[in-house]
Design a protein around this ligand. Structure first.
Ligand SMILES: Nc1ncnc2c1ncn2[C@@H]1O[C@H](COP(=O)(O)OP(=O)(O)OP(=O)(O)O)[C@@H](O)[C@H]1O
Ligand SMILES: [Zn+2]
Length: 500
């Protein structure tokens, strides 16, 4: 089966064919940086992270650009309220954005342009639109002439006449008279004195939101790209207007595929910064929900469907992730493979490995995983394959609760180990990384000795309960923070700090 995406442009599932063989250029609309990120952002960027990882796994070279909108009325208003400059506010929220995304193991984009750093390109873009007579200036504002663009409405499927009627209704209340047509949208807005503004051929002002993205796509990726991403709330007017501007300016199709994620809702309404009905990513993570539980939860639902966060659903996801994590830990706990492999799935995307050692059943599971993902990123189907692959691993984990690893048949152990390797690889494609509780750095100078003693007690208890898996895990966890355990007679365990 070939890779297919549901393209908002055609409203159909289409085969994905990249413009240049083996290369994919992606642009993703980023956040307006006036507040912390919420679960809607987490959902959106987690999904696109998986898209990117999957394309890389399949052998594509991916250029992934995501912007920061740092010029916007909302930023100006918030900065005024907080008594700081817009730059300070943006800088702070950009830092916080990176912290959240890193915690969720979302790969950093190839580049992250900001509107304030692209003003020159934005102004050039608007000037080109004026030269092409699809834009006009009026009292220091510049507008795009919607009726000059014949395909206006092709993404959202809206009839232009309907829109003019609707917009006219809004206009009456706004009393904006400098526009020629009620549907025309601003490319440049004049600033009042004392407001944040940038100089331009039309006087002091600031760019409109839509033109920022058109200019940044062109600057970073060129006139035509493979995939444009964003939430479904952006289809109209933002993406419709991006298409109008870019295609009028460049005379080329802006993007071949438009993918949109469904909304995270709260009581049937979109979670959003401006509505104030949001839960931030970090407040959820403070409530004992791990980043990987959040990722697992998001991937259980098709990216295009709406999603509600409920406590019960998160609890269920947490159990599901725990079971999977248990199997993902297997190879590390039994030190069958070197620990460095763990790093592979942390922050770097992985390419499909040769998988030459797979048995028939594993090979079928690998191919089913790819079929699910090829089918418009069916991540819930892909997760079901991870659980199937986990079964023999879980069986051996249970066996090892009673027995020693030396009692396991070597061939069987090798088979299970191969499955574990495949499981780790496929989990890596979904960005699900094993958690061996390795948060503490090695040779931490501030060793918490009470914590070590407590873990040693827990390990003795686990051994007494014949839970050797847990006992071994505690030993491995301690080793990872540079602590070695020495078992002495009469059940006494001593510890020492490993020297590097
Ligand atoms: N509730 C949500 N569910 C899914 N995706 C969302 C949600 N809210 C925003 N996004 C997506 O996140 C990206 C950045 O959005 P943006 O910064 O505009 O967030 P926002 O909370 O909608 O802010 P505002 O209310 O100020 O518009 C966009 O692609 C947007 O579609
Ligand atoms: Zn955008």
């Amino acid at each position: 089966m070939s890779l297919k995406f549901t393209n908002t442009l055609s409203k159909k599932k289409e085969d994905f064919i990249s413009i240049n063989p083996n290369q994919v250029k992606i642009y993703c609309c980023g956040v307006t940086v006036y507040d912390l990120c919420h679960l809607g952002h987490a959902r959106s960027y987690l999904n696109w992270d998986v898209l990117r990882r999957f394309l890389i796994w399949k052998g594509f070279e991916v250029k992934f650009v995501q912007n920061f909108t740092d010029i916007d009325d909302k930023i100006i208003n918030r900065a005024n309220k907080e008594g700081c400059s817009t730059d300070e506010l943006s800088e702070r929220n950009i830092d916080e954005f990176h912290k959240d995304m890193d915690t969720l193991s979302i790969l950093r984009p190839t580049s992250m342009p900001r509107a304030t750093k692209c003003l020159h390109q934005i102004i050039n873009f608007i000037e080109e639109l004026e030269q092409k007579k699809v834009a006009y200036s009026s009292n220091g504002d510049v507008y795009f002439s919607v009726d000059k663009h014949k395909n206006y409405g092709k993404l959202s499927g809206r009839e232009i006449e309907d829109q003019i009627d609707n917009a006219a209704g809004r206009l009456k209340t706004n009393q904006k008279e400098s526009k020629k047509n009620s549907l025309d949208f601003a490319l440049w807005k004049k600033s009042n004195s004392g407001e944040v503004s940038y100089s331009s051929p039309w006087g002091n002002g600031r760019p409109g939101w839509h033109i920022e993205c058109s200019a940044m796509v062109k600057q970073e990726l060129g006139e035509s790209i493979d995939i444009h991403l964003g939430g479904s709330d952006l289809i109209f007017p933002h993406h419709e207007n991006e298409i109008a501007q870019s295609e009028a300016c460049n005379g080329k199709e802006l993007a071949k595929y438009w993918l949109h994620n469904g909304m995270v809702n709260v009581g049937g309404e979109k979670m959003s910064k401006s509505l104030g009905n949001f839960t931030t990513i970090r407040s959820l993570l403070e409530e004992d929900i791990s980043p990987m539980t959040l990722r697992f939860f998001v991937l259980q639902t098709n990216y295009r469907k709406p999603l509600d966060f409920t406590e019960e659903a998160l609890k269920a996801a947490s159990k599901g992730w725990e079971r999977l994590n248990n199997c993902l830990s297997f190879g590390y706990i039994y030190k069958i493979k070197d620990q460095s492999k763990n790093e592979i799935f942390l922050d770097k995307p992985i390419k499909k490995s040769a998988n030459t050692k797979l048995d028939k059943n594993s090979f079928k599971l690998l191919s089913d995983f790819e079929k699910y993902m090829d089918d418009d990123l069916n991540t819930s189907g892909a997760l079901s394959i991870l659980f199937e692959l986990s079964q023999p691993i879980r069986k051996i984990i249970n066996f090892l609760k009673e027995k020693d690893i030396n009692e396991v048949d070597q061939d069987e152990l090798n088979q299970v180990f191969n499955k574990w390797e495949l499981l780790s690889e496929l989990a890596g494609v979904l960005g699900l990384k094993v958690n061996l509780n390795q948060e503490k750095p090695k040779n931490n100078p501030e060793l918490d000795t009470n914590k070590i003693e407590e873990l040693i007690k827990n390990r003795s208890l686990a051994k007494a309960n014949k839970d050797f898996l847990l006992a071994d895990k505690i030993r491995a966890d301690l080793k990872n923070i540079g602590i070695d355990l020495i078992d002495k007679p009469k059940g006494v365990t001593e510890w020492k700090q490993l020297s590097d």
